[in-house]
Design a protein around this ligand. Structure first.
Ligand code: CR1
Length: 820
């Protein structure tokens, strides 16, 4: 039987037999002894058998056609669970559901057994996953290159309200059923050592790197299954293994290598993902991860290039390498090194290729996230690469001198090398100088990249800076996570929208339709119930689905201002208890967020929200109007049940600091109304849905800059606004930490005496007003229904399919290859 969208031959009997075979031979369980997890593993393996076959076939057909492809290099791919999503892409969801039912199993329960591969921190890693999905869906030839971390992002739990981090061994003991190891693709990677000069056969004096040691790269492929087509692309993740014995013969006469060896022993290079989002820690092992990733990936790209019979001169014609932020920047000197030292090209010939291969995406303006590596660290670990970086900079400085003769200030500002006590390599500058395209991730962000981050580069390299507004895959973020809404949408506009999200605009004409409104709201209610059940089962908190579900889910960061949200909650608490005439529609404030383990204030904010939650959820004086839920261990699979249940989407960063955001897109798509600042992609969401269907508040970018320049005075707001004062002062009492006053005061202290670096107090009053408007409008259910329907209808632009087409048309210049 073949249903629409089914792209794979499927024989139910064969499939069942394959599941049972894997149960026994791969997982050593009989149908009688198997638990739910073993069944999930066996089903996953049986499906992976199908996808691996397609992956090899796709590789073969693309290689035969020898077409241009993109290589997406990212230290993070936050792919989330694959089984459910792959079933949808393969068009096998119903078939497999029926097959496992005949085995006495329930597919939904089995899918819950899968542990999220959390190989990323937040938006940047999740974007990479959506992009791979959209590349495969549209059949633009691509390979994703990342790292096979043994431990993904830590799992989070709370003890007494405090975040506790637990290592995330995502593969389990049995291994992850979807991945397949590719021993034939292994690479050897050098580290440390020195550079020597030698004379080649032609009598030319050459430089070459003599590494002190090597490590091995093992390739693991995860299948990126194209939606509704036969393409399956590899997400190739490199695992680092130490070769035994170490190749130390030449260098083991002193302590020199011993020291390096110790560093490596401190942790296998790919042991663990660095748990920082939008923050650079500059650790040696992290640089090693970055180089290991780049060396394996560049070598694999070249392997493919030559295996297809191509010459090195044609590399830029056939391959583009996209750098997801600066994390893989070291790929640039690595390719230059290979071109010059191994392929014997002159500098100009090598540069002509390399500078047309790489493109770079900037994801942040936050200074603490812009990577700078100390020159001495790079020189020690990668001496030949450091020479090459110096040469790139030397030539670049000549260009700057030509453009701005005698202007040392501009030279100092643009130089790849930052002078100072310790010389540093500015990776973003290296990227802008060495790539053919640089892009920001939302219109506003890209403007700020041009105006504030790289204005001179924009003059020097006109046309190099682009915008590509981020997007999200509609397969995972609507079709899979919201089956109720999917059914309703299918009924109204047909079933093609998951691949053509613009078609959602066809829903707009039903926005006023009473019957449709009712059904749309009923779906929302069901989704709220599904999430409320989860909260009841997992946290023991009862939620009323008539309340407004107000959601802020993202990494915990001061610039994202979860503490502004908290202050608003405190203001409601204060008013409910102190203003006899104050009335509000019941609200549930839902948070989910991980804090970087070393980020003290972020952890304080989590603790404060948890403490406030403990109190308000059990305070009978509030009449059940206020609930606060901090859901532990935020991850993709949790987002999949929170997002469809959201009424309100909190996107409240200080203007100018959230490059784009992508949660904002997922929430709007699922019918949550945004309360947000004019920041990142919020600006474009407003453009699409219309000012009436979004709640915008707060200072604009230029107002923020002006206020900072003129000197922001938090106490001015504190003294002028009694509600703000009351809310802040609650943090100094023991209201939420009985017997322990002061446990929450670090936040108040940071805002008042710490200068309020993210202007929380400046935006507070306007934020409270916007929330009052939400309260009023929610009470009028017909108005709310119209607005929420229009949000779903009008955000088709934010499909990652569109983002990928923008990259393809403006940057990568790829042609689709339809796999037969
Ligand atoms: C940004 O903070 C954006 C994602 C994806 C993040 C977020 O606004 O949506 O990237 N940046 O583009 C980041 O992680 C290192 O920078």
């Amino acid at each position: 039987m073949t249903t629409r969208g089914q792209t794979q031959q499927f024989d139910k009997a064969l499939f069942k037999a394959s599941v049972e075979k894997h149960l026994v031979t791969t997982y050593a369980k009989t149908p009688e002894t198997a638990d739910s997890r073993s069944w999930y593993l066996a089903v996953g393996k049986a499906l992976a058998e199908i996808s691996t076959g397609s992956l090899l076939e796709t590789e073969k057909q693309i290689a035969e056609q020898n077409v241009r492809s993109v290589n997406y290099l990212s230290l993070e791919f936050l792919i989330g669970r694959l089984t459910g999503n792959n079933l949808i892409s393969m068009g096998l969801y119903e078939e497999v559901s029926a097959a496992v039912e005949e085995l006495g199993l329930n597919l939904t329960d089995l899918l819950e057994e899968e542990r999220d591969p959390a190989l990323g921190n937040g938006g940047l890693g999740r974007l990479a996953a959506c992009f791979m999905d959209s590349l495969a869906a549209q059949e633009y030839p691509a390979v994703g290159y990342g790292l096979h971390y043994e431990y993904g992002l830590f799992s989070q739990s709370f003890e007494g309200g405090h975040q506790v981090e637990v290592p995330d061994a995502w593969r389990g003991i049995e291994g992850y059923p979807w991945e397949v190891v590719r021993p034939e693709l292994g690479q050897t990677v050098g580290l440390f050592g020195s550079v020597e000069t030698y004379t080649d056969k032609a009598g030319t004096s050459c430089r070459r790197w003599v590494p002190a040691m090597t490590v091995e790269g093992v390739a693991w492929d995860l299948p990126i299954v194209g939606y509704d087509n036969k393409s399956v692309y590899p997400l190739r993740l490199w695992e680092c293994r130490s070769p035994a014995p170490f190749n130390l013969a030449r260098f083991n006469d002193g302590d020199y290598v011993g020291a390096q060896y110790g560093q490596l022993e401190a942790g296998n290079v790919t042991k663990v993902l660095y748990p920082n989002d939008n923050h650079d820690q500059g650790k040696t092992l992290r640089l090693m991860q970055q180089y290991f990733h780049c060396a394996c990936s560049v070598a694999d790209i070249l392997r493919r290039h030559f295996a297809a019979g191509n010459k090195i001169e044609d590399l830029a014609k056939l391959e583009s390498i996209q750098l997801n932020d600066t994390h893989p920047t070291i790929a640039i000197p690595e390719l230059m090194r290979i071109l010059i030292d191994e392929h014997k090209l002159g500098w100009d010939a090598a540069w002509a290729i390399s500078s047309k291969v790489f493109a770079y995406t900037n994801h942040t303006l936050l200074p603490e996230a812009l990577e700078r590596w100390s020159e001495s660290l790079i020189a020690d670990m990668l001496p030949r690469h450091m020479e090459i970086i110096f040469e790139i900079n030397h030539r670049f400085m000549t260009l700057v001198e030509e453009k701005w003769p005698g202007n040392n200030e501009i030279k100092r500002k643009l130089s790849i090398i930052e002078e100072g006590q310790q010389r540093m390599v500015r990776m973003a500058n290296l990227c802008v100088v060495s790539t053919y395209a640089v892009n920001g991730v939302a219109a506003l962000h890209s403007e700020l990249v041009k105006r504030d981050l790289f204005p001179e580069f924009n003059e020097l390299f006109p046309g190099r800076l682009h915008n590509v507004t981020n997007g999200v895959t509609p397969r995972r973020w609507l079709k899979f996570c919201n089956p109720g809404l999917t059914e309703l949408v299918n009924e109204k506009i047909g079933t093609e929208w998951p691949a053509k999200l613009e078609q959602l605009s066809g829903l707009a004409k039903f926005a006023e339709d009473k019957k449709f409104q009712k059904r749309y709201l009923a779906v929302k209610k069901d989704n709220k119930q599904r999430f409320a059940d989860w909260v009841q089962d997992n946290m023991g908190i009862e939620l009323d689905t008539n309340a407004i579900f107000d959601v802020q889910i993202k990494r915990l960061h001061e610039y994202k201002r979860q503490h502004l949200n908290l202050l608003h909650i405190l203001s409601l608490y204060h008013r409910l208890l102190n203003e006899p005439t104050f009335d509000m529609h019941p609200r549930v404030f839902i948070f989910a967020a991980k804090a970087a383990p070393g980020y003290a204030l972020a952890k304080d904010i989590i603790f404060a929200i948890n403490k406030v939650a403990d109190k308000v959820n059990n305070d009978p004086r509030l009449g059940g109007k206020l609930k606060v839920v901090f859901v532990p261990d935020y991850r993709v699979s949790l987002a999949e049940i929170i997002i469809p249940a959201a009424d309100v989407s909190e996107q409240i960063s200080t203007a100018g600091l959230e490059a784009s955001g992508t949660g904002n897109m997922k929430l709007a798509l699922n019918g949550a109304l945004t309360i947000g600042t004019m920041d990142g992609a919020n600006v474009e969401i407003r453009e699409e849905v219309g000012d009436e269907n979004i709640f915008i508040f707060g200072l604009l970018v230029d107002e923020v800059l002006k206020q900072k320049e003129e000197g922001h005075d938090p106490y001015r707001y504190y003294h002028a606004d009694s509600l703000l004062r009351a809310s802040l002062d609650l943090l100094n009492t023991d209201e939420f930490t009985p017997g322990n006053p002061g446990q929450l005061s670090a936040i108040r202290q940071n805002l008042l005496d710490g200068g309020d670096p993210y202007l929380v107090l400046a935006d507070f009053a306007d934020y409270v007003k916007a929330h009052e408007k939400i309260d009023a409008e929610y009470r009028d259910q017909a108005t709310w229904a119209r607005k929420t329907i229009l949000n779903t209808a009008l955000v088709g632009k934010f499909s990652s399919d569109r983002s990928i087409r923008d990259y393809v048309n403006n940057i990568w210049k790829l042609k689709a290859v339809s796999v037969k």
